[in-house]
Write a protein that binds this ligand. Structure first.
Ligand code: ADP
Ligand code: ZN
Ligand code: ZN
Length: 724
């Protein structure tokens, strides 16, 4: 028997980048990394996770407090998930305790049992008084094995009050027994269509990789049958007794998605997403952990779910920005999924019609294997793309004449039309023709958006809002809304296409999962003829009857300070375009731009996403931008204008980066003042990961040690998605 360790090193949910040392409990108990422990902390208690057992501490042992109790006999996370948490904390330079907290359901952080239990009832002390007939019957029923409340109800309907009375009198006692974890119940599996040629060869490559680590890119336009391939691959893993983890973008986790997986796979499924209550989340998480759920479908944080028999990971729409956690531990679930697959020794499939440039570069360098689904399943043709030059055509509001004519043609032929404009509200600014005043947000360096129907001005950066003024506060001239938002386009449509049903889909008109479901039902049953919306439309929904897509303003993405803006624009255009067309009705896509000759846009329209991506990657290589270099962003935020720049300047001096690491900045953020806080940033750049990591370790320590942390808030983000 090994002697118990002298010191337990515990991760606690605090912003400090260190472990906390404790003495083991007096009574010897089995100890292993990953067990939850309850420890004294400050004046209270915390639940933490044991990370390592050690023989010594930096503190004298006499000063260490003792662990109150070890909560578990087994680690909460499966070994690969535990390893992933450790990796993520290290890679993203984030406190381990906070990353661990993000990986565990809230109730487990509060200390509830790892495994589900259920209250059962049995007969207690014999009765000394006379019982009523119902009471006697209930006691007789509980004389044998303990029963759950449901089982009691099934045998003796309406016995709830009797049970309560007898419990109170001590004639019945309750006990907690292990319960089967609750996942979504399974139905018999339904067969799918016979696979096409490309699907078959993709599936063969994927199934051949089951049982070992292998990362794949499954590239194929919307409707090319990627999901069919996932389903077959998962079915193979299930048949081999393994579990599957499927990550989807936040917005794509709809009842239809779940329904499709459930009917085809015929196994219990656990869902993990941000809309669950703590209790539901725990139940789903437990079902995955105990193996009752064979498939987990979830959004980004599900990458940490405990799956003891993990056999395959799928990341659908891998380019989607919702895989990036933007607050707290800023991780990329897509990237972590690949690392988890490596830790677990399983294949991982990244699927997309518009792969991220990073992913394409991983393919180019031979790290990922590319599988291609070149055609649409069922023989549908891909849509054709063309630009409309906004400088040469008459406009009806946001619609150029060729767009209006095309809409008439498609509507006349019975098709639906989809208009894409990534700007909600009526107009992005309110302008005074008399003195050129533009309504500013009082709290941000930004203009207020006009919401005409509500008669309000709203800030889309901080949420501030106020009544819509009629006249200029400076010169009393009547104010004019300038620019186009979805609400204004809706008004134009009512004028240009009277009597044609328009459905606007954006955050102002559609809320929550149910709102989506209702809106998409209207699209599918054809009661809406023109769909108009923001990038909500670009994500994970098929519109088989849409035959024309008009991208109203491509220029937003072409001239941004953020080097990723053109990539996002191209992805959105192709994703929206992918919703259009089917076998008997090929889709047409029109892209409105005042700059149709822009090289990246021209490439995209003439040759498609692949050609665009090659050109964009060449630009990135030339400019030394990711994926050809690695970035981290240090953001500073404070109530006063000078504090963030001062804090970053001093950080930069102390960090003293050495080549090949370069520190760029500090510079004020593009939107310097947001919600009354001033913001600045520092970019740390390196062509290689290792020196970047070493520099970041030092910077993270400096940040932690910066005095007046409360005055200037500093944060560190590795591989930032939004820069600028
Ligand atoms: P993706 O995930 O690439 O968007 P899906 O797998 O959802 O594509 O396929 C699009 C549509 O085509 C679905 O309705 C699907 O059932 C159907 N489909 C996929 N593969 C086939 C096939 N081999 N034969 C017939 N229909 C198919
Ligand atoms: Zn004015
Ligand atoms: Zn604002």
């Amino acid at each position: 028997v090994p002697s118990p360790p002298k010191v337990l090193r515990v991760a606690l949910d605090t912003p400090l980048r260190r472990l906390f040392d404790y003495l083991p409990p007096e009574a010897p108990v089995p100890l292993a990394p990953g067990l939850r422990v309850r420890v004294p902390f400050g004046r209270g208690e915390r639940v933490g996770v044991l990370i390592e057992c050690a023989e010594r501490s930096e503190l004298p042992l006499a000063r260490l407090k003792r662990v109150k109790c070890v909560l578990d006999t087994e680690p909460a996370l499966s070994a690969d998930a535990h390893a992933l948490v450790l990796f993520a904390a290290d890679y993203y330079q984030h406190p381990l305790g906070e990353v661990y907290a993000a990986a565990l359901p809230a109730r487990l952080r509060a200390g509830v049992a790892l495994e589900a239990s259920e209250t059962h009832y049995r007969a207690g002390a014999p009765a000394r008084t006379r019982l009523g007939p119902r009471q006697a019957a209930l006691l007789a029923a509980l004389a044998g094995a303990p029963l759950s409340r449901e089982a009691i109800e099934a045998r003796a309907p309406g016995s709830g009050p009797t049970l309560a009375t007898l419990l109170k009198r001590g004639l019945i006692e309750s006990l907690e027994v292990p319960a089967a974890a609750r996942a979504l119940p399974a139905r018999p599996a339904a067969p799918g269509p016979a696979l096409g040629h490309a699907q078959t060869s993709a599936l063969e490559a994927l199934t051949a990789a089951l049982g070992r680590f292998a990362p794949f890119l499954l590239a194929g336009i919307t409707g090319s049958g990627k999901t069919e391939v996932y389903l077959r691959l998962i079915a193979c893993a299930l048949a081999a007794g393994r579990q599957a983890l499927v990550l989807v973008p936040e917005i794509a986790l709809t009842p239809q998605t779940v329904e499709r997986f459930a009917t085809r796979l015929g196994v219990p499924i656990a869902l993990l997403h941000s809309g669950l209550s703590d209790g539901e989340r725990l139940a789903m998480w437990r079902a995955a952990r105990c193996g009752a759920a064979r498939v987990v479908i979830g959004t980004r944080s599900a990458v940490f779910a405990s799956l003891p028999e993990l056999g395959v990971i799928v990341v659908d729409e891998e380019h989607d920005s919702s895989y990036k956690q933007q607050e707290g531990a800023r991780y990329s679930a897509r990237d972590l999924a690949v690392l988890r697959a490596r830790a677990a020794g399983v294949p991982v499939v990244l699927g997309s019609a518009t792969p991220a440039l990073e992913t394409l570069q991983n393919v180019a360098e031979g790290r990922y294997l590319r599988l291609e689904l070149p055609e649409r399943a069922g023989g549908a043709r891909s849509p054709t793309l063309a630009t409309i030059d906004l400088r040469v055509h008459a406009m009806n509001g946001a619609l150029a004449t060729p767009a209006v004519l095309a809409m008439e043609r498609h509507l006349g032929a019975g098709g639906q039309v989809l208009l894409y404009l990534n700007r909600r509200g009526f107009a992005p600014s309110l302008y005074c023709p008399g003195c050129a005043w533009i309504a500013p947000c009082p709290a941000c360096d930004a203009r207020l958006t006009v919401h005409l129907r509500e008669r309000r001005l709203r800030c889309h950066h901080c949420g501030a809002s106020g009544p819509l003024p009629f006249a200029c506060p400076r010169c009393a001239t009547e104010l004019k809304p300038v620019g186009q938002g979805t609400e204004r386009v809706e008004e134009t449509l009512a004028r240009v296409f009277p009597g044609v049903a328009v459905l606007r889909i954006d955050r102002d008109t559609v809320r929550g999962r149910d709102g989506f479901a209702a809106a998409f039902a209207k699209v599918r049953d054809g009661s809406a003829r023109i769909l108009l919306g923001t990038q909500m439309l670009a994500k994970g929904h098929d519109f088989p009857n849409v035959s024309l897509v008009v991208v109203l303003d491509a220029d937003q993405g072409l001239f941004s300070t953020d080097f990723r803006a053109s990539e996002r624009l191209a992805q959105n255009i192709i994703q929206v375009a992918g919703r259009a067309g089917r076998a008997d009705r090929p889709g047409e896509v029109l892209v409105q731009s005042a700059c149709p000759a822009h090289p990246l846009l021209a490439k995209l329209v003439a040759q498609g996403y692949g050609a665009f991506a090659s050109a964009a990657l060449a630009e990135r290589r030339h400019a030394g931008l990711p994926p050809f270099s690695h970035l981290a962003l240090i953001a500073a935020e404070a109530k006063t204008a000078s504090a963030p720049m001062a804090a970053l300047t001093s950080l930069r001096e102390q960090a003293g980066a050495v080549a090949p690491v370069r520190i760029l900045g500090p510079a004020p953020a593009v939107l310097e003042r947001k919600a009354d806080r001033y913001r600045a940033q520092l970019l740390i750049e390196s062509p290689e990961r290792r020196p970047l990591k070493l520099a970041l370790e030092r910077i993270a320590q400096l940040i932690e040690a910066t005095p007046g942390r409360s005055r200037v808030r500093l944060s560190l983000e590795v591989d930032p998605l939004e820069v600028g």
